[in-house]
Design a protein around this ligand. Structure first.
Ligand code: AMP
Length: 282
């Protein structure tokens, strides 16, 4: 695996791969890699010849109150995991490389980024889309793989590519979970043993909404009530939102359909977790 920290170095390695006729698959991450990230690499390797992963903890997408400085950065372990997974090029720029002084242009998420993660984390999606646009311009991939774990982010990235006519295909990959249902996340390592157990209520709540939908209930308020009833079982889990939304618009409507997902965000101890589940059987 080739490891580069500069934009020029990344462009150089990629143009050599292109000259060999390779198609380029791209997996953007913030590191602290786990099996969820590796599943995206596996998918990229199926879809393209040459796999690029980026590791960049993007300050633009963190609010001043959030966990930017304590975000885990296990540099050596990440390099080993990405190399073992078959990544061809690891791009890990520093903040100065990505954001030299004088930067002035940003991408604005707009309507699709207004609610849920958008309203809980003001400015977050503008930061995400700005760095993703930069990364797409640097790497110029044929495909880029994103996880459904961050469903609203994935919808926004698809909208970015559509609305700004970027010449690549976005591939969405399923959520990788622990055996007990907890969605893998770099932030899970912040959880104490008790919090780790409490956090399972998110998955139980999503499954409760899905089970009610499978039982024939389509009324969104009843589906949300099913999920919230389960969340109430853990009073120490502070729910930010639990909602049933349309997967493409991220709007609530009165009636759920096969395109609806239940989405949840909650604080468990000091850690904010998000998860989601399609209401249609997976
Ligand atoms: P992050 O490093 O948290 O920015 O995530 C990088 C990519 O990995 C995003 O596309 C995430 O949606 C995806 N991802 C994170 N956790 C999971 C998971 N448990 N299953 C699948 N994809 C994931």
């Amino acid at each position: 695996m080739n490891v580069v920290a500069t934009i020029a170095g990344a462009r150089d390695a990629i143009s050599r791969a292109r000259a060999d006729g390779a198609s380029i698959g791209f997996v953007p991450t913030m590191g602290a890699l786990h099996a969820g990230h590796i599943s995206l690499v596996d998918r990229a390797r199926k879809e393209a010849d040459f796999t690029v992963m980026s590791i960049f903890v993007n300050p633009l997408q963190f609010a001043p109150t959030e966990d930017l400085s304590r975000y885990p950065r296990p540099v050596e372990q990440d390099e080993k995991m990405s190399s073992d997974a078959g990544v061809d090029l690891l791009f890990k720029p520093g903040v100065e490389e990505m954001y030299p002084p004088g930067r002035t242009i940003s991408v604005i998420a707009g309507e699709l980024g207004k609610d849920w993660e958008g309203s809980s984390r003001p400015g977050h999606f503008d930061g995400v889309l700005t760095v993703v646009a930069k990364l797409f311009n640097i790497i110029q991939p044929d495909i880029a793989v994103f996880g459904r774990k961050d469903l609203q982010q994935a919808a926004l990235v698809s909208a970015l590519v559509r609305d700004l006519d970027m010449p690549l295909t976005i591939v969405l990959a399923p959520i990788v979970r622990e055996r007990d249902g907890l969605a893998l996340s770099s932030r899970n390592q912040y959880l104490s043993e008790d919090d780790r157990r409490r956090a399972l209520v998110l998955n139980r709540a999503l499954r409760a909404a899905r089970a009610r939908f499978a039982g024939g209930v389509t009324d969104v308020e009843s589906l949300e009530a099913a999920g919230r009833g389960v969340l109430d079982e853990e009073p120490d889990v502070k729910v930010d939102y639990f909602a049933v939304i349309d997967e493409t618009t991220f709007k609530r409507s009165a009636v759920a359909s096969g395109k609806s997902s239940a989405i949840v965000a909650a604080r468990v101890g000091t850690t904010r977790l998000i998860d989601n589940m399609s209401l249609a059987a997976e």
